[in-house]
Design a protein around this ligand. Structure first.
Ligand code: CAA
Length: 258
């Protein structure tokens, strides 16, 4: 019997929905799942029909972290081999916006995966945390870096050093996530946000994502320079002509991604 895909992909007009599909293991992120996810997102990056993706799990778990069973008998060599090339880096390099829709647990690598996405819409029932310290390790996919940039040292340090699990409301207050929604509507709300992004000029959305991410990687002066150059690049696009003409003609723009 053919094996079930570890990541389900559905297209809904200009958005795509990716669903992590290891429900029995609470979507624990083994090497195969991460590679499949990176491949699926790269394929969507090449697909002109799709402009924004939503990544989700299920109501119990977005993802409960790296696969502890796989890691428990992994050597350094096994881990390094699994990361060549690193699926985490491939996921972070996706050009089109990706929105995480978090229903239940987003722990360890699951929390880091959500933080690698560009926005996070969480159900009130979602739980975030970096519990790696309880396993004698530390976060290894951005939990000490992206989380710290998102919420600041004081809060990130506590989460990384105690492994404390937090609710969606606290994550929102900390500035870690974009929106908290009722459990019944979080996925629809994430899709609605994705549709709103997908209605915009695709190249502007991609360069906007890239420039915001640069704020995490560069000094202010370099970041401002990068932003200005990206801004100027967009002046050579048809969508810039269309967007400004539509404003003047008082109509809705028809963006084509050119
Ligand atoms: N890896 C592998 N399997 C996992 C898993 C994980 N991270 N999380 C859950 N599972 C499996 C469980 O082993 C269990 O499988 P079996 O039925 O075969 O025993 C199944 O999923 C259901 O889990 P539980 O019975 O534990 O469910 P629960 O509702 O009692 O508890 C939970 C839920 C609190 C999320 C608990 O499963 C848990 O604490 N999971 C581990 C969380 C964790 O430590 N994550 C960090 C991993 S390290 C990491 O992520 C490193 C990195 O940076 C990449």
């Amino acid at each position: 019997m053919p094996e079930e895909p570890l990541v389900l992909v559905e297209r809904e007009g200009r958005i795509a929905l990716l669903t992590l599909n290891r429900p029995k293991a609470l979507n624990a992120l083994n090497g195969a799942l991460l590679n499949e996810l990176a491949e699926a997102l790269e394929a969507l990056d090449r697909d002109d029909e799709v402009r924004c993706s939503v990544l989700t799990g299920n109501e119990r778990a977005f993802a409960a972290g790296g696969d502890i069973k796989q890691m428990s008998d992994s050597t350094v060599g096994d881990m390094v081999e699994r990361e060549s090339p690193s699926p985490w880096r491939r996921i972070a390099a996706i050009r089109k916006p990706v929105i995480a829709a978090v229903g239940g647990y987003a722990l360890g690598g699951g929390c880091e995966l959500a933080l690698t996405c560009d926005m996070i819409v969480a159900s009130e029932a979602a739980r975030f945390g970096q519990p790696e310290i309880d396993l004698g390790i530390i976060p290894g996919a951005g939990g000490t870096q992206r989380l710290t940039r998102a919420v600041g040292k004081a809060r990130a340090m506590e989460l990384v050093l105690t492994g404390r699990r937090i609710e969606a409301r606290e994550a929102y207050t900390m500035g870690m996530i974009t929106r908290v929604s009722p459990a019944e509507t979080y996925l629809d709300d994430a899709k609605e946000l994705a549709r709103a992004v997908a209605a915009k000029a695709p190249l502007a959305a991609q360069l906007g994502k890239d420039a915001v991410n640069k704020a995490y990687e560069t000094m202010l002066d370099q970041g401002l320079d990068y932003e200005r150059k990206s801004f100027l690049v967009l002046f050579s696009t048809e969508d810039k002509e269309e967007g400004m003409a539509a404003f003047t003609e008082k109509r809705k723009p028809e963006f084509r991604g050119r």
